[in-house]
Design a binder for this molecule. Structure first.
Ligand code: MUC
Ligand code: MG
Length: 367
């Protein structure tokens, strides 16, 4: 069970259609595949998606911090010593997706060694989740058409609409067009990625008061401390903190400070070990959680659904598990399938997925 080597392999897979939102846009999945080797001959895998506008990480930085700082401190520990791994990585600040990918690859290796699915080791609550699809910036008609395609092809009926930075009226027109097109047959919520001020957010929420939103997410920055508290106090839907809560301490600060009333859990930034900390903290604080999307590929999505399905609190709402559909290809040997609006966690030991080595050779950018 001893960890003998940790690899960080950068790869790039183009998107068919870029995903655009208030804080940035993604044209290619320029992620890092993490492989944790053990002396049993088992290899655990996970992926780290750099999001410079969200966490300051880059693809080159993730490779450098894993190979130069984390791997030398972790090699020699066993896959049972996950708290020791977390403690050693915590000596370095930041780098959430690099840390998370190492943690999840270790869990994958542990599951493979034990012959048990990680979802069962984490909590074993369910084997599937309802899927929520994230609609990036576009013209209203194009966003409605994408929702129609997602509904017809995959049976998805929950949509998170990206808003913010654009004029308030554009975004509220999109949400209204979606509600008018689908009536109450869909669930809708909005994510501003900090793109509005507190006052713009309030105006937008007033304009959408009749549209039966499920949540509002990160409409304005948490650093606008009083403005955000003022906004959150007025809302009649939970306000989800996402990029403002990358650590349990941030969750405590934002919730107790009145700046958030729900929490997005992203395995891409807190792994499995850290996501359980955030989840249990949210349960203790009495706030709801939504399983978020870090614009994950299929490997990251397999991690997300494995965690989300394993716990009742995260399985309650639809999880954001479908944006890999925007990618032109992926690394998994067996593609994930969304059917009737549901995604099952892959079955089999560990994460239950295998990397297609030919595809990895095609898309890796380090050779
Ligand atoms: C989200 O929920 O914000 C967009 C930026 C990012 O870091 O994650 C995505 C989705
Ligand atoms: Mg978000």
């Amino acid at each position: 069970m001893k960890i003998t080597q940790i690899e960080a392999i950068p790869f790039s897979i183009p998107y068919v259609k870029p995903l655009k939102f208030a804080s940035g846009e993604v044209h290619a999945a320029e992620h890092v595949l993490v492989r944790v080797h053990t002396d049993d001959g088992v290899v655990g895998v996970a992926e780290a998606p750099p999001r410079p506008y969200t966490y300051g990480e880059t693809q080159a930085g993730i490779v450098a911090v894993i190979t130069g700082i984390f791997a030398p401190q972790i090699v020699g520990l066993t896959v049972l010593e996950r708290e020791a791994v977390a403690e050693r990585m915590a000596r370095t600040v930041g780098n959430p997706t690099a840390k998370a990918a190492i943690d999840m690859a270790i869990w994958d290796a542990l599951g493979r060694i034990l012959g048990l699915p990680v979802g069962d080791l984490l909590g074993g609550y369910a084997d599937r989740m309802r899927v929520s699809h994230m609609l990036g910036f576009d013209e209203p008609a194009a966003m409605v058409a994408e929702a129609e395609r997602m509904r017809e092809t995959y049976g998805i009926s929950t949509f998170k609409v990206k808003v913010g930075r654009r004029p308030v009226e554009w975004d509220t027109a999109v949400v209204r067009a979606l509600r008018e097109r689908f009536g109450d047959s869909i669930e809708l919520y909005v994510d501003g990625n900090r793109g509005w001020t507190a006052a713009e957010s309030q105006r937008a929420m007033k304009q959408m008061a009749d549209l039966d939103l499920l949540f509002a997410e990160e409409l304005c920055p948490a650093d606008d401390v009083l403005g955000r508290r003022w906004l959150v106090e007025q809302l009649d839907v939970p306000f989800i903190a996402d990029e403002s809560v990358p650590t349990p301490a941030d969750v405590t600060r934002e919730v107790l400070g009145g700046s958030a009333t729900a929490i997005s859990i992203k395995t891409a930034r807190t792994g499995f070990t850290g996501s359980q900390r955030v989840l249990h903290l949210a349960e203790g604080l009495g706030v709801e959680t939504v399983l978020g999307n870090q614009i994950d590929g299929q490997l990251g999505t397999a991690c997300a659904v494995t965690f989300g399905a394993a716990h009742p609190h995260t399985a309650r709402y639809a999880g954001e598990l479908s944006n890999f559909l925007d990618m032109s290809d992926d690394l998994l040997a067996e593609p994930l399938q969304i059917v009737a609006g549901l995604l099952h966690r892959p079955s089999g030991p560990g994460l239950g997925v295998d990397i297609d080595t030919e595809k990895l050779d095609r898309y890796r950018v380090d050779n």
